[in-house]
Design a protein around this ligand. Structure first.
Ligand SMILES: [Zn+2]
Length: 251
C-alpha cells in the first residue's frame, strides 16, 4: 500500500479533500454487506445466474481462523444458510475442521470475489447514504460501466429490494497499444509491456523518472477532464500520457 498512500496523500493535498482507507477486512464487517450476502445466499439460484452464469457455485470463501490459510477453490467448503446466517465449514491441513458463522452482527471473516463485492458495496452505499450529511459516490474504472452496471449491478439491487441506486461515476480507461485495458495482471503475467516506457509500469519507476512534479502534471491533466466533460467520457491510450508527461499534449 505504500505507493498508494503516497499517491493519495499527494492528491489529497492538491484537491484539499481528506481521505481514509478501509481495508477489505473492515469492509466485510459492515453489517449491510453481511446482510446482503445472507440475502443473496437465500436467493442463490437467481444470483448464480446473474453474477456467475458459467460457474457451478457462488464465489464465497473463508480462511482458517487460526492460521489464515485458505483455498482459492471452494470445493472443500461446505456452505449452509438460513434467513439470518451463513455457516461455512472448512478444513485446514494444520488445524483440522473449522466453522465460520456469518451474521449481521458478528465479524468472522468471509471472502467474496469481485462481482460479489461490487454488489454488496452498492448495498452498503445505499444504506450509508441514509445517514445525515452523507453522500456516497462509487467511482470505478469505465470497464465497470455499460452492461455490468446496467444489468448485473442494478438488477441485483432491485432483486434485493432496493428502489434507489448509488451514484456511480466511471473514470476513463487507460488502454494499451492494442486498445485493451492497460492491465497490471497482464503485465505481471507475461512481459506483455516490455516495450512500454517503464515509468508507466509502476509508481516507483514513475517517481524516479518524473519526480513528484510528475504527479502535478497528471493532476492538472485529470482536472481538465472535469472542467470539460467530453474529456471525461472517453478513454486514453498510454501514449497519450507519454505526451502529457513530455508536455506535448493535447487537444
Ligand atoms: Zn489453520
Amino acid at each position: 500500500m505504500s505507493g498508494f498512500n503516497e499517491i493519495l496523500t499527494s492528491i489529497s493535498s492538491l484537491s484539499k479533500i481528506s481521505f481514509s482507507v478501509r481495508k477489505y477486512v473492515d469492509f466485510q464487517k459492515n453489517k449491510y454487506v453481511r446482510k446482503a450476502l445472507i440475502d443473496i445466499m437465500n436467493d442463490k439460484e437467481f444470483f448464480k445466474k446473474l453474477l456467475f452464469p458459467s460457474s457451478t457455485d457462488l464465489h464465497i470463501r473463508t480462511i482458517c481462523p487460526i492460521c489464515g490459510l485458505g483455498k482459492k477453490n471452494i470445493d472443500k467448503l461446505q456452505e449452509s444458510h438460513n434467513s439470518s446466517e451463513i455457516k461455512l465449514e472448512g478444513y485446514c491441513p494444520i488445524h483440522g475442521n473449522y466453522e465460520i458463522i456469518v451474521n449481521e452482527n458478528n465479524d468472522e471473516y468471509v471472502d467474496i470475489n469481485t462481482q460479489f463485492r461490487d454488489l454488496t458495496k452498492g448495498v452498503a452505499m445505499i444504506e450509508e447514504d441514509k445517514k445525515e450529511n452523507t453522500l456516497t459516490i462509487m467511482l470505478d474504472g469505465g470497464d465497470w460501466s455499460g452492461i455490468w452496471a446496467q444489468r448485473m449491478h442494478t438488477e441485483g439491487l432491485v432483486r434485493l429490494g432496493f428502489k434507489e441506486f448509488p451514484i456511480r461515476f466511471f473514470a476513463p480507461v487507460i488502454l494499451d497499444w492494442s486498445g485493451a485495458k492497460f492491465s497490471k495482471s497482464l503485465y505481471l503475467k507475461n512481459d506483455a509491456y516490455k516495450n512500454i516506457n517503464s515509468a508507466f509500469i509502476n509508481y516507483n519507476n514513475f517517481i524516479n523518472f518524473y519526480g513528484l512534479d510528475g504527479i502535478n502534471k497528471l493532476w492538472s491533466e485529470v482536472k481538465s477532464w472535469i472542467d470539460e466533460p467530453k474529456k471525461f467520457f472517453r478513454n486514453y491510450s498510454i501514449d497519450y500520457f507519454q505526451d502529457v508527461m513530455e508536455g506535448n499534449c493535447c487537444e
